[in-house]
Design a protein around this ligand. Structure first.
Ligand SMILES: [Cu+2]
Length: 85
């Protein structure tokens, strides 16, 4: 039973990795670390396994996630930020 459960878990994780997409967004009003934190929380509320890289100088936000891009853009907008790309 344990073995079956484990192989299911690995198959599930592998599928999640395969479904991972990288979103490259530009958030002009992402000014500081607090903005990044707010945005990261909004993203991870929808996908706890998502990784977020942000650059407040270039305003670029890179998200690795299994969620749809439109869902992530909506979450960022709902958190109060503008998604320009
Ligand atoms: Cu800020």
């Amino acid at each position: 039973m344990v073995k079956a459960a484990e192989s299911f878990r690995y198959a599930h994780e592998r599928r999640e990795r395969n479904n991972m997409t990288t979103l490259e967004l530009v958030i002009p009003d992402m000014a500081c670390g607090a903005c990044v934190e707010t945005i990261t929380k909004a993203i991870q509320a929808l996908d706890a396994s998502a990784t977020v890289e942000a650059n407040t100088q270039t305003k670029q936000l890179t998200i690795n996630t299994t969620a749809a891009g439109t869902v992530m853009k909506d979450a960022i907008a709902t958190a109060g930020y503008t998604v320009s790309a």
